[in-house]
Design a protein around this ligand. Structure first.
Ligand code: ZN
Length: 135
């Protein structure tokens, strides 16, 4: 599986602009990119912390995954993403070990990365994502 580092921490927020202010004005980080990912119904804002990113996620629709999450649990840490060589391969390896997948194969995520999720039922409550530059 070859996890090299934590690629990003995904944080569900109600209002992207309000949250960006906290990360910039209080924590002194710089938002370097805002991107809408249409098929996930989110707008994302990225901050670099060492080689790990903070990914803020604001829902663009109440029926999107982040909209539903905030409805149920409120704002907060939503998922943990590990950098791997090949996200599809990492998903397969996890499946072979009995993990339930949300994505059988990687798909395109923010920043052009290939991403795939493991089901939190199989990961002790943490929605876990694999990210890779190649498929
Ligand atoms: Zn993510």
């Amino acid at each position: 599986m070859n996890i090299s580092h934590i690629e990003h921490i995904g944080i569900a927020v109600e209002n992207l602009n309000e949250s960006i202010k906290f990360y910039e004005d209080v924590l002194g980080l710089k938002c370097y990119s805002i991107e809408e990912v249409a098929d996930q119904k989110v707008k994302t804002a990225f901050f670099m912390v060492g080689q790990t990113k903070i990914e803020l996620l604001e829902s663009t629709s109440p029926d999107g995954p982040i909209g539903k999450y905030i409805d149920k649990k409120g704002q907060g840490i939503h998922h943990l993403a590990f950098a791997v060589n090949n996200a599809t391969e990492a998903l397969k390896l996890a499946e072979e070990k009995g993990v339930t997948l949300i994505d059988k194969e990687s798909r395109k995520g923010a920043e052009g990365l290939h991403i795939g999720f493991l089901h939190p039922k199989s990961t002790h409550g943490v929605l876990t994502e694999f990210c890779s530059k190649e498929v």
